[in-house]
Design a protein around this ligand. Sequence first.
Ligand code: NAP
Length: 248
Amino acid sequence: MPPHILILGGTAEARHLAADLAARPGVRVTTSLAGRVTRPGVQAGEVRIGGFGGAEGLADWLRTHDVDALVDATHPFAESITANAARAATAASVPAVVLRRPGWCPAPGDRWYDVASLAAAAEALPGLGRRVFLTTGRLGLAAFAHLTDLHFVVRSVDPPEAPLPPHTEVILARGPFTLAGETELLRAHAVDVLVTKDSGGDATAAKLTAARELGLPVVVVRRPPLPAGVTAVPDVSAVLARLGFDGF
Ligand SMILES: NC(=O)c1ccc[n+]([C@@H]2O[C@H](COP(=O)([O-])OP(=O)(O)OC[C@H]3O[C@@H](n4cnc5c(N)ncnc54)[C@H](OP(=O)(O)O)[C@@H]3O)[C@@H](O)[C@H]2O)c1
């Protein structure tokens, strides 16, 4: 039987890894998606959609589908599935690799305010400006709903879920975004302050450069820690090396 690799996806890196593995003869690759976005991008190999039912459900899935290796390539803020993946891999005795793109680091000229949560970002905002560009995704916006004096421009792939702040404009868009486009957006909406998760990667980093060039402060929600004992590799080639495919 060909080796079966399960990728926990929802990121560009997961798509790139699936494309690489699916192109290799004699490798079976399945990507698992949570089913949160209505139009997920094109995905090579097999795809399954929806939760597993916790760590036990995922461990069962690994056993019943004869998975030989698990790659957790989920988003750095997808904390529950990462914890479940670590437990399930141990329970099912399946080797596991965690792929996490490196976080963003400030460059000279950046005015970044690091916070540990969306709630802490909301607390920091009133001192930083009245017009906020919020790029933390469509979920969790309840943390900002009490900020009735601020104006929010929210950008997300799918429409955000209530409760939202009363003064909210929504822009539906999917990256990658360009520096020219981000600069124009910040100017056109007279943005005073940007809020972002530390997602890392190039696709959504242009807003940080645009904010720096315009002298705007950025509230950066830092990542939750990985589960105890878990370490991550930074890119697809490191995953391939861990899986024993480097040099092929
Ligand atoms: N959080 C973000 O900012 C963000 C941004 C971009 C993309 N994403 C992607 O969106 C998905 C959901 O993110 P989240 O933050 O809601 O995750 P989460 O809070 O860690 O996961 C919540 C539950 O959703 C299910 N789930 C999550 N990812 C899954 C996957 N790849 N395949 C199957 N089930 C999955 C699991 O349900 P069961 O317990 O029932 O298995 C998990 O317990 C992830 O795949 C992530 O890569 C997240």
